[in-house]
Design a protein around this ligand. Sequence first.
Ligand code: ADP
Ligand code: MG
Length: 325
Amino acid sequence: MRVVGKGAFGKVFQVRQKGDVEGDGIFAMKVMRKDTIIKKKHVDYMKAERDILTKVVHPFIVQLRYSFQTKSKLYLILDFVNGGHLFFHLYRQGIFSEDQARFYTAEIVSAVSHLHTCGIVHRDLKPENILVDVDGHVMLTDFGLAKEIDESSRSNSMCGTTEYMAPEILQSKGHNKDADWWSIGILLYEMLTGQPPFTHPSRQKLQQRIIQEKIKLPPFLSTEAHSLLKGLLQKEPSRRLGSGPSDGDEIKKHKWFQSINWKKLEAREIQPKFKPDVNGKECIANFDKCWTTMPADDSPASTPTAGEHFQGYTYVAPNPWLSSK
Ligand code: ADP
Ligand code: MG
């Protein structure tokens, strides 16, 4: 139907399934060119994204319905999430109250804890990849950089957007699930203050700040918020909150989250205070016009010649009409 977004690898369309009459057949279709993926040596990531999405079912993680390929491209058919980017609403409001930020951060922590339990590190937690659904709940997308890890292995590749990257990633020290908790600390700081804690126009200086600079916490935040931010934004990963064997549980038990009933939260029973303006499944009002006014062409791409890079990519979810929510 139309383009709704674009990232480093994928162009994302709003699409309608053939034969759909009641409007339940609206999906997001992420299209990735095989030649670009091969050129950038990202074949493994794209396979990982598809594998992760078929494996993970969680109330705050976007659900994969189908995947398929043509000679030149890979296609993921995902639930269409049309409440907009969480940070689009943040920037419009300026900052979130601690209560608001607590709700969103709790849903993100819940999703990331689940990923870690499945042996997956997201590695690219940043505003672009956090959407809000029609009810106002958080939805994580984009597992293009996520990687399945076994407990002991550490990943050494550089990825993500600098502002949200953990010091150990910038220093190529190898990183693991603790890097996700750092990113969540940055996101929380930004929700509460309107800006990430470390910024600089030069990438190199920015990296230096993340690695060396002491975090400054504004006095208007509660002592509990200070304590959580200090825990998550601990530069030494082995001392970071969440680095212990109980992983996300350590964070869920922090006193800033005391008022959160995690069982209810994970059953989607905590009503979001803010409900985005969405007029039905087809509504695209919360997407940037720079995308939605683009011609909805799935433009032809050259077919890579070499080998069987993407064998077994095709997938059909067990029941495409029964949502997991
Ligand atoms: P990339 O891997 O190239 O970064 P993403 O998966 O992040 O691609 O998708 C790019 C953009 O498309 C996102 O920032 C978001 O705006 C939009 N998008 C992605 N998935 C969905 C979805 N399921 N529903 C609605 N919009 C989506
Ligand atoms: Mg992205």
